[in-house]
Design a binder for this molecule. Structure first.
Ligand code: AMP
Length: 537
């Protein structure tokens, strides 16, 4: 190992070689050879830079380095060729880029430009051009994530499929390459009785958004309001784990029995949800399921008063072979072939907005929370929340009163179009702002609203007017969030006006305690995963 190997110059030379190499297999060989020449630590970092990553997978790029900062830095450096002769290493480039992303707030742009210029000053022309490609995220030398995995499999004795599964389990390609070089990648594998974090869904607000994210067709399932469980089985031994990987087998005897009875494979990992049900089999509120899962005493008594139902919706491993790299449509086919109908989550392939809406209203009528729409071509990505699975719930509504309005811009200029929405305060006398919206009204309604609000003006502001609380509107929203922005402490997310309620007066609007109650209900649900205040499963 030479210092030169770990230099950014060596990295740039390899990039140039890759760019001029048309053959894919040759590219794989070059990448493998290059990574092998580095220490495992440096190889992990170089692998990420090689595919234009400047943050680790799964970490949000909170302060991406914008093109304007890059071009200012380039200007500051000018045409000066390499002033410093200390060679840059890939590790230095990585940590410098990650360091300057931490700059936020006042003066952060200047600090970023300076730090970037300092980095560029240490580059020769070749290094500079590849650093710029790294910053743009587009390397254009033909090394994709997939090609990198092929190269990683050359560093080990593992088959590409095994490496692909390890990649999904790790969710960190840098760590994957590091482990490939230290000989520890084999340890990362999906095995029965070793639970992994489940795949999660992102929020969607509209069926059309789902169809475009999933390429026009999507598999829609009910979203159960229960507890997520991963069921592992080998011969007749069944273990049940929560999404926080806690073993809750002993609290769920009927789930274990049902799985033993109703699945024909001898060894498997199935993903699903348990839901408390009433005597007719209708779902009970989430709190009832919570009383059962993870319980250590009086299990038998509770099992008869609050029976649980298990719904299987995915399979991750069958008879020793991981299935997470298969598309969902094939995993689903496998489930249908081996799991009894009554355990199987119903799923409908939808290609239109109205089909999705129909499944949503059916799911709601059956007492579920909404639907989850899944891309049929997607792999199972453990521990990751992304757009391959999208949850859709019907929006909630509140009646609110308008207390201020801002002048619009562009098409809406001349109209008061951004409305400050308030609910009645806790004491019932004052009003508390819980959000703003400019969405939902037609042009003629904007005109009407502008005239109406101008007649209620109390104070003129540079941005618009404050008004006497008189005009009541119904707003739909998808979530209540905690927010330091408003004195109320809450904000409605994705609020839009659904109706102007001329039939209602300001004394009829919803109260801050209702908003707080919606927030509590939502966090109780979310708390299944994130809240430390809830039971530790
Ligand atoms: P959330 O907790 O809001 O992030 O939503 C994701 C949760 O929905 C998962 O952890 C599951 O517990 C739950 N869920 C309910 N039904 C399904 C389903 N059909 N597919 C996947 N997850 C589901």
């Amino acid at each position: 190992m030479t210092e030169e190997d770990e230099s950014f110059r060596a990295f740039a030379r390899v990039c140039r070689l890759l760019e001029s190499t048309p053959s894919r297999s040759e590219k794989v060989r070059i990448v493998a050879q290059y990574l092998r020449s580095l220490t495992p630590e440096a190889a992990g970092t170089a692998a990420m830079l090689l595919i234009g990553m400047t943050v680790k997978e799964g970490e949000k790029d909170v302060a991406a380095i914008g093109w304007s900062a890059v071009s200012s830095a380039l200007k500051a450096v000018g045409n000066s060729t390499l002033i410093e002769h200390r060679p840059l290493t890939v590790a230095e480039v990585w940590s410098a880029l990650n360091e300057l992303k931490k700059y936020t707030g006042l003066g952060s742009r200047i600090r970023k430009v300076r730090a970037l210029a300092a980095l560029l000053r240490r580059c020769d022309d070749l290094e500079k051009s590849w650093l710029l490609r790294v910053l743009s995220g587009e390397m254009r030398h033909g090394v994709s994530h997939g090609l990198l995995l092929e190269a990683a499999s050359k560093l080990t004795s593992m088959m590409l499929e095994e490496v692909t599964v390890a990649d999904m389990l790790l969710g960190d390609v840098g760590e994957l390459v590091r482990r490939a070089l230290t000989g520890t990648l084999k340890e990362v594998r999906l095995e029965v009785m070793k639970p992994v974090r489940p795949m999660l869904a992102e929020m969607a607000y509209d069926p059309s958004e789902i169809l475009s994210a999933h390429g026009g067709r999507t598999l829609v399932e009910p979203k159960y309001d229960g507890v997520r469980v991963q069921v592992h089985c080998r011969s007749c031994e069944v273990r049940v784990f929560t999404r926080r990987l806690k073993d809750v087998t002993s609290s769920l005897p009927e789930v274990c029995d049902a799985v033993r009875r109703s699945v024909s494979w001898s060894e498997f990992i199935i993903d699903g949800e348990v839901v408390a049900v009433d005597k007719e089999g209708n779902p009970l509120p989430f709190q009832e399921t919570m009383r059962r899962v993870g319980r250590e005493r009086e299990i038998e008594e509770l099992a008869s008063s609050i029976p649980l139902r298990f719904w299987a919706f995915d399979v991750m491993l069958i008879n020793g072979s991981p299935k997470i790299a298969l598309p969902l449509s094939e995993r689903r086919k496998a489930l249908e072939s081996a799991v009894d109908h009554e355990l199987l989550t119903p799923a409908k392939l939808c290609t239109t907005r109205s089909e999705i809406e129909d499944v949503l209203s059916l799911a709601m009528r059956m007492g579920h929370e909404g639907v989850i729409a899944k891309d049929p071509d997607s792999r199972y990505l453990p521990g990751r929340r992304g757009a391959k699975w999208l949850k859709l719930k019907p929006p909630e509504t509140l009646d609110v009163v308008i207390v201020a309005a801002e002048w619009g811009h562009g098409r809406r200029s001349g109209w008061l179009s951004n409305y400050h929405l308030a609910v009645r305060d806790v004491d019932g006398k004052g009003y508390a702002v819980v959000g703003k919206t400019f969405k939902g009204l037609r042009d003629d309604e904007f005109e009407w609203m502008t005239r109406r609000l101008m007649g209620l003006k109390t104070v003129e502001r540079p941005w618009g007017i404050e008004v006497k609380p008189e005009v009541v509107v119904e707003v739909a929203f998808n979530e209540v969030q905690r927010s330091p922005k408003y004195e109320s402490g809450y904000a409605l997310r994705f609020a839009r006006v659904t109706r102007i309620r001329e039939d209602k007066g300001p004394e009829d609007v919803s109260t801050l305690s209702e908003v707080a109650a919606i927030y509590r209900r939502q966090s109780l649900r979310k708390g299944r995963s994130d809240s430390a205040r809830l039971p530790p499963w």
